[in-house]
Design a protein around this ligand. Structure first.
Ligand code: AMP
Ligand code: GLY
Length: 427
């Protein structure tokens, strides 16, 4: 049995969890994380290379004989890292876990993903797309639209490109700020306007080899900063798995109406895709609709999805590269897993960094998955908005949450904040 040298790109809680999971495999020889954080260093070697510096990544891959590249965040995928590797004689033997640039358009362009769903009859909100060229038409469309109304910048906008307008005036103002004032730069030159769907959201994940796929445990994340789902959107304040309302009947609909047509659609359109697909779904009157696709795992969903997956992830990635994911039967742990995200005061707006963190040694029976942390003069210090994900298992989500909350109290740093109501809707 051969083992593989693996390079993982990214530096968040998702990557800390991927590093934890990959490093457990007998098939993992050496693990490198670029750039990583204070937590990923426990599972492999951090290398100080930014995720979009393809030339430096190439140099490192050749020097350290990398066999597998796992891409955590969407940016390098949408920038074409897969194509960069496959076009280079020295790199093309490396297994890349992540889609081609064309496949990554599922996340990189909202307009592309809406058209893709239309072509394959995948349920999603009704929509239209507009640019400067049909601005007037867009204005009339908004005036005649029911409220609330959803406006989305077409391109990547670091999770901030979606506005749910409650009034026609707000929608018109947002529309003009996106297209005319380039509020999200080039990303909002094109705007998707869609119908508001009223329901409850969940995240579903698969790993696909382009033909076959393995479904991972589903998860629910908490996007808003405030308790009771109030205040601005964040990258995610916590997650839980399994999702109480994702019963077998519902998941069957998800498989038949969403997952399978998506994988078949990628194949039919020759969109090269070997990697994770993240389906952002909403359940409306018992039926699933796609809110968005992402071409990567979710954060903080990964912090509960991978702890519940019993399969060897390196083996899955190797099978993926061979087009043999049909040989992998997913096995989930029976236990529930929850994660509570500790963040910096002020997040998701401006916040201070460099706060010394203590209490790690007091924590028992939870995993500490680092997000925005780094080592500085022998201390772990904060270096981002989302700082640390505390994941626990339990017989049910409430037990798991209770354990994470116990430990959340033991970690200390100036300005610590976390939501204390996760799972409230399932009590
Ligand atoms: P997205 O970046 O597309 O995931 O959108 C961010 C968030 O906006 C989603 O997680 C939903 O909470 C919300 N959202 C997006 N599209 C819709 C929609 N059509 N109806 C209701 N909520 C939406
Ligand atoms: N938790 C949502 C995301 O990763 O986009």
């Amino acid at each position: 049995m051969s083992a593989y040298n693996i390079l993982l790109l990214g530096s968040g809680g998702r990557e800390c969890t991927l590093a934890w999971k990959l490093s457990q495999s007998k098939l993992c020889k050496e693990l490198f994380i670029a750039p990583g954080n204070a937590g990923t260093g426990q599972y492999g070697s951090n290398v100080n290379i930014p995720v979009n510096d393809f030339e430096d990544i190439k140099k490192m891959c050749l020097e350290d004989n990398i066999d597998i590249l796992v891409v955590g965040p969407e940016d390098p995928l949408v920038n074409g890292i897969y194509d960069f590797f496959k076009a280079d004689d020295a790199l093309q033997h490396i297994i890349v876990c992540g889609p081609s640039l064309a496949g990554a358009q599922l996340e990189g362009s909202k307009a592309f993903s809406k058209k893709f769903m239309e072509r394959h009859n995948i349920p999603t909100a009704a929509y239209r797309e507009f640019t400067e060229e049909n601005l007037e038409e867009g204005i009339e469309y908004i005036k005649g639209h029911t409220l609330p109304i959803v406006l989305k910048a077409d391109g990547l906008a670091a999770g901030k490109g979606v506005v749910i307008a409650q009034s026609t005036d707000e929608a018109l103002e947002t529309f003009s700020s996106m297209i005319v004032d380039a509020r999200f730069g080039d990303a909002s030159k094109k705007v998707v306007i869609e119908e508001f769907l009223d329901g409850i959201e969940l995240s579903v994940f698969v790993l696909t080899d382009g033909v076959n796929y393995v479904r991972l445990p589903e998860a629910k994340d908490y996007k808003r900063i405030g308790e009771g789902d109030t205040g601005p959107n964040t990258g995610g304040m916590g997650a839980l798995s399994p999702v109480p309302f994702a019963d077998d009947a519902f998941m069957r609909k998800v498989t038949e109406r969403v997952i399978e047509p998506t994988i078949k659609g990628l194949q039919e359109e020759n969109l090269t895709y070997q990697g994770f697909v993240f389906f952002g779904l909403i359940k409306v009157n018992g039926d699933p609709y796609v809110i968005e696709y992402n071409c990567r795992m979710g954060d903080p969903e990964t912090e509960v999805v991978l702890p519940r997956l019993e399969n060897d992830l390196v083996n899955m990635i190797v099978k993926m590269s061979e087009g043999k994911l049909n040989e992998v039967t997913p096995k989930y742990k029976k236990e529930a897993a929850c994660t509570v995200m500790l963040v910096s005061a002020g997040y998701p707006d401006s916040y201070e960094k460099g706060k010394v963190m203590t209490g790690f040694d007091k924590v028992k029976d939870s995993m500490l998955l680092h997000a925005g942390t780094k080592l500085s003069e022998g201390n772990v210090v904060t270096s981002g908005g989302r700082v640390l994900a505390i994941t626990s298992y339990g017989n049910d989500i409430h037990e798991a949450l209770e354990q994470s909350y116990k430990n959340a109290e033991l970690i200390e740093y100036e300005g610590k904040y976390y939501r204390k109501d996760l799972g409230y809707e399932f009590k």
